[in-house]
Ligand binder design. Sequence first.
Ligand code: ZN
Length: 462
Amino acid sequence: MRRFFWKGMAALAFVMAGAQASQAETPEAEAKGLFKQVVEIPTVEGRGEVPRLVKLLSSKFKAEGLTDIVVKPHGETESMILRWAAEGKAKAKPILLMAHMDVVEAKRADWEDDPFIFREKDGYYWGRGSVDNKAGMTAIVMSLIRLKRSGFKPTRDLIVLFTGDEETAGDGSRLAASEWIDLVRAEYALNSDAGGGGFTDDGIPLGYGMQTAEKTYRTYSFTVTNKGGHSSRPRPDNAIYELAAALTRLEKHRFEPMLNETTRGYFAARAKQERGDLGDAMRRWLADESDGEAADIIEADPKEVGLTRTRCVATKLTGGHADNALPQLAEATVNCRIFPGVEPDDVMAELQDIAGDGVTVALSDSFGASAPASPLRADVVGAYSNAIHKRFPDMPIVPSMSTGATDGVFFRGIGIPVYGVSGVWLKIPEDARAHGLDERIPVESFHMNIDVWEDMLRELAG
Ligand SMILES: [Zn+2]
């Protein structure tokens, strides 16, 4: 990591020289100051703090003349939408810029320091949300402000959507993609909450991801009912045994392996990095999509879990009503992450086949529509690659599919492609702390992300 150290020192020397030359705030100091304010507003579900962050960001934008802001309250939280209209007649449809303002809960007792007191230490900015997603949100704010101050005039509308409940209900994005669609309709969206790069501890580049697909979230119940009776006289049929047998069949079941444009690109890049059995399996599967055995080897690797197919797993279990009674009811929750474009109804039918006639399979929760991977548009891939390669010339840019769901799922579901792009890089695995303890972002990575967003927007909307 020496190279980052020296680059950091150079930046520091520049900042100090700037501070001596004039009392004016440097761009770095301004960005850090905003980031500190943003991290220190604890936008956790239930604390009602998102409106305070919305006020802060709105005033920041308005001070720069970006005044077309709509605030949408929903529940205890809020989402905000800002439009920077094209100068003159727009050359193309708008671009939507996405981030979320809320963060996952963090407890003072569990952390080394207070998660909601911003700190700079050991070359990192520390605090809850420093990676997920307040770095990305701050980068969108600062890059727009810098573009505005530089006299940049967008040739198409730039629309900002900051949601207030991505980590929980996801209503901000769901409503934006439905009820508020007239405010945010765009040709495509750039989502700061996905993508980004990694380095090993020794500084070896692992690549920059561009999220172009995410799996579809569905939850199903497996229910068995039975007449029950006295436990001293067991019946041949038993709700708990019947459910247990169905779950054992589910455990052994493998959904059909499949590839799309995104995962094909991803595994092609991974196959260049991986030697040994895993790399061989990737090369075999890419050469022959019907080689299910190769796909199974890949799926079994902890780094690749969920990337080769639909996965469903039992997550909760209830049943019975008394120690001395035969169960009248046994129920399991099965959570599925469905391969993009596969119809959830087809997955449910497959689950019913596995479970058997005595088990009722029903949908119990859903989040977004099933949508295919977003196409790898040359303009977006180009702008992202250019911005990254300007800083890291040999960095591989790799399309990626999220196994979890982000705000992007609602827009993909209505046919608006979404690209998870981020200039943030982390040391892997030690900096992978989103949702976890002692979340932190390398100082240099935070500031570089703003420059990456500025470059991308210049190229795509200039
Ligand atoms: Zn996030």
